[in-house]
Design a protein around this ligand. Structure first.
Ligand code: PLP
Length: 468
């Protein structure tokens, strides 16, 4: 086998193909979340193959994927049973409209499975195409619910600074990452951002209990100011993911749940990242944080990233109200997408859930999650690490030039440098501002966790040496 054939067999492309791919990408593709200053000059990493917890680029280079695709590849790559389930469904019936009273078998089966996995009475499933459409749909359900009860004034939505809920216009409006609020005018008349539950790692002057008290006082003040009678819902990630892996202080979930319940503000738990095992449970809301929301949104790990799919899990109380109060003249729930509950995607999700159960993936995450966090916390000995945050298999390393804190240009450049050294060392992490974010496939073992920590330590040492 020539070197070129060898490279191709592992996912690599020969030089001519690789060159053409790069040229066509540069000329024709506008990537999601692209850096516009490099448009037309981009030099993308073209991923062409994947197996287990590793991916291969078009040059045949292998990387341990500590991004998990994008928080989503949970059971790892190359899972034949998921691929087979998708192929079988595509052969049998690839697509038919899900609108109105038309159904497909995998979507029905999946809805029943999700209802069984969900906490409380969240037994009604509305499928979507991904996370953003799930969040948008949940807010629409909240609006409809209040309107059905004769209180159409309840339109305002509470979200939080640093939240990320997606990229459609409303989901982007709900998101509270300041860095993303560039040049767009988001909805700000009825979307309100409460204080982020994250905090400055250097600030040890405030205890967790004091932080919790401050956050709750802020939330109560916002409800007073807006008027509970005007608020439809509160949308919250149990652990804020893309905003910087921010874990709220103990008691926060219960306190926010109780406050929302007291004011009949619907609680929407956005589990697009935290669901499907990342925190060691199918859903983190109840099993990790002890609350039963009114709705849960899920996507990503629902299919392990093998297919795009999202869902809103809705309580029987809400669904029952919608049914009982349906307008006889206009009874239609005017929300849904061509590919809502796509049969091939639902078949992938069913195979994924079966696999997760059979291999007890959630149990595995509960076992290795603490080890992952311990190994990453060792990195705090580096002078350029400001903090290591996370929970089970979602984590981030916050970088800083000594003496400088926050997402300053120098700190962001430093994190970018760490990211580049990780990539050179065969590890993919996700740079965001001054953070290196990690969410490896849930099947990582101790040896791979050691590899992640080792490459990261080397990358930090090299980036630190560059500062001297
Ligand atoms: N909600 C959360 C918590 C997310 O992290 C994301 C995506 O990262 C979304 C919603 C949006 O999901 P999608 O990109 O599938 O639309």
């Amino acid at each position: 086998m020539t070197a070129q054939q060898h490279s191709a067999s592992r996912g690599g492309r020969d030089d001519a193909v690789h060159g053409r791919l790069l040229a066509d990408d540069t000329r024709h593709v506008l990537h999601p979340w692209a850096d516009l200053s490099t448009l037309g000059k981009q030099d993308p990493l073209v991923i062409t193959g994947a197996e287990g917890v590793e991916v291969v680029d078009s040059r045949g280079r292998r990387y341990l994927d500590a991004i998990g695709g994008m928080w989503c590849v949970t059971v790892g790559y190359g899972r034949e049973e998921i691929v087979e389930a998708m192929a079988a469904q595509a052969r049998a019936m690839p697509y038919f409209t899900p609108f109105g009273d038309v159904a497909n078998e995998p979507a029905i089966e999946l809805a029943a499975q999700l209802a069984a996995l969900a906490p409380g009475d969240l037994n009604r499933v509305h499928f979507t195409t991904g996370g953003s459409t799930a969040v948008e749909s949940a807010v629409r359900v909240a609006h409809l619910y209040h309107a059905a009860l004769g209180r159409p004034g309840r339109r305002h939505v509470l979200s939080r600074t640093d939240a990320y809920h997606g990229s459609t216009y409303l989901a982007a409006s709900l998101s509270g990452k300041q860095a993303d609020r560039v040049r767009f005018r988001y909805e700000d008349t009825w979307v309100h951002h409460l204080e982020s539950p994250g905090h400055d790692a250097d600030d040890t002057s405030v205890s967790a209990a004091e932080r919790l008290a401050g956050l709750m006082a802020g939330m109560e003040a916002a409800i007073d100011r807006i008027g509970a009678e005007n608020i439809a819902c509160f949308v919250a990630e149990p652990v804020l993911a893309s905003g910087g892996v921010l874990v709220p202080p103990p008691g926060y979930h219960q306190a926010t749940r109780e406050l929302c319940g007291r004011h009949d503000i619907l609680y929407i738990s956005d589990e697009v990242v935290t669901g499907f095992g990342r925190l060691g449970h199918f859903f983190a809301s109840q099993d990790r944080f002890g609350i039963v929301p009114d709705m849960i949104t899920t996507a990503k790990g629902l299919t392990s990233g093998y297919q795009p799919l999202g869902a809103v899990l809705i309580s029987d109380r809400i669904a029952g109200t919608l049914a009982e109060t349906a307008d006889p003249d206009k009874p239609v729930f005017s929300n849904g997408f061509t590919y809502s509950g796509h049969p091939v995607a639902c078949a992938a999700a069913l195979a994924n859930i079966e696999l997760m159960r059979r291999e007890d993936i959630c149990g595995h995450v509960r076992d290795v999650g603490p080890y992952f966090m311990d190994r990453l916390r060792e990195l705090r000995s580096s002078p350029i690490v400001a903090a290591v945050r996370g929970d089970h298999l979602m984590a981030c390393v916050e970088c800083r030039v000594p003496g400088e804190s926050g997402p300053t240009p120098r700190n962001m450049a430093l994190a970018h440098r760490v990211d580049t050294y990780c990539e050179a060392g065969g590890l993919l992490v996700r740079p965001y501002e001054n953070l290196c974010i990690m969410s490896p496939p849930l099947v990582v073992g101790a040896a791979e966790i050691d590899r992640i920590a080792g490459v990261m330590a080397d990358a930090l040492a090299r980036a630190e040496a560059d500062l001297r």
